[in-house]
Design a protein around this ligand. Structure first.
Ligand code: BJW
Length: 237
């Protein structure tokens, strides 16, 4: 009988930092170079779609060359070895969890593998650079394609499934996220209210650090594999 039956793992940009992908709010992060209102809101896209296409084409190029790091692989290892259920909820749009072999995974802020057609709601594969001239492969209309990402003011994906998993989990682990962006930043409080043990694994204490029962701070490639090893050893006893 494992100590924890149902585990939810929330991941953020810090998990992919050591794969070479920039975080958002660190000193050298994406928001130090771009105003989020210009590139990560529906209003910004309406004002200047070319800038938004350019921003996400660049992010997709960077993401395409990135490889999973030992922290991504450690989480996949945990999913394979742990006898209970493990849901990974990522805020990241990169596809490094998939590349590392993760299975039960939700991209709550979308992903860079697909586009979103605002004309027909299709989410076809994103191949090549996005532009206003591109026609949707499903409905054939031009001008409606955008990155399949969740911007400020939009509803994150699969919130019902996430809420149900958090309400039922007995271990909640948050990795590489600053705790700045809701609703993800509120998951720890929900898990705690549901009686789960809560663990933060991050480079430094996040904005929501005080909500966690256990905190380990350091680089994801070091602390995540170490935490996974310790958890599996404890469960094997
Ligand atoms: C390392 C490391 C290493 C570095 N190892 N660690 C109150 C309640 C509810 C909502 C709101 C509220 N107040 C305001 C809102 C609205 C808004 C919001 O949260 N605003 C805040 C700024 C206050 N939220 C929304 O609009 C969301 N929608 C919404 O709320 O709908 C209504 C709703 C309400 C209630 C329930 C359900 C729905 C949508 C948010 C969309 C976010 N979109 C973005 C961009 C799109 C995707 C993309 O382009 O990639 O998503 S913003 C950006 O931030 C991106 C990220 O996924 C997200 C989170 O960032 P993350 O991952 O935490 O990165 P960082 O950089 O902040 O942190 C990295 C951390 O890693 C740091 O702590 C480092 O120390 C650490 N680190 N290197 C380990 N090597």
């Amino acid at each position: 009988m494992p100590r924890y039956d149902k585990i939810v793992i929330l991941t953020g940009a810090g998990l992919s930092a050591e794969s070479g992908l920039a975080t958002f709010r660190d000193e050298d992060g994406i928001w130090a170079r771009y105003d989020y209102r210009d590139v990560a809101t529906p209003e910004g896209f309406e004002r200047n779609p070319s800038l938004v296409y350019e921003f996400y084409n660049m992010r997709r190029h960077d993401g395409g060359t990135a490889r999973p790091n030992p922290a991504h692989y450690a989480l996949t290892h945990l999913q394979r070895k742990h006898p209970g259920e493990i849901l990974i909820v990522t805020q990241n749009i990169d596809i490094l969890h998939e590349a590392a072999g993760a299975t039960n995974l939700i991209h709550m802020h979308g992903d860079m593998a697909t586009m979103l057609c605002t004309n027909c709601d299709a989410r076809p594969p994103w191949i090549g650079d996005l532009s206003a001239e591109l026609a949707c492969p499903e409905c054939g209309l031009t001008g409606g394609l955008r990155p399949n990402v969740v911007w400020f003011g939009e509803m994150p994906y699969e919130m019902d499934r996430i809420a149900a998993a958090i309400a039922a989990c007995d271990l909640f682990i948050s990795i590489g996220t600053s705790g700045n962006v809701y609703p993800a930043a509120g998951f720890v409080a929900g898990a705690r209210d549901a009686g789960a043990h809560t663990v933060e694994l991050n480079l430094e204490p996040s904005d929501t650090a005080s909500y966690f029962a256990e905190r380990r701070h350091g680089k994801a490639t070091e602390i995540v594999p170490a935490y996974v090893d310790a958890l599996l050893k404890e469960e094997a006893r």
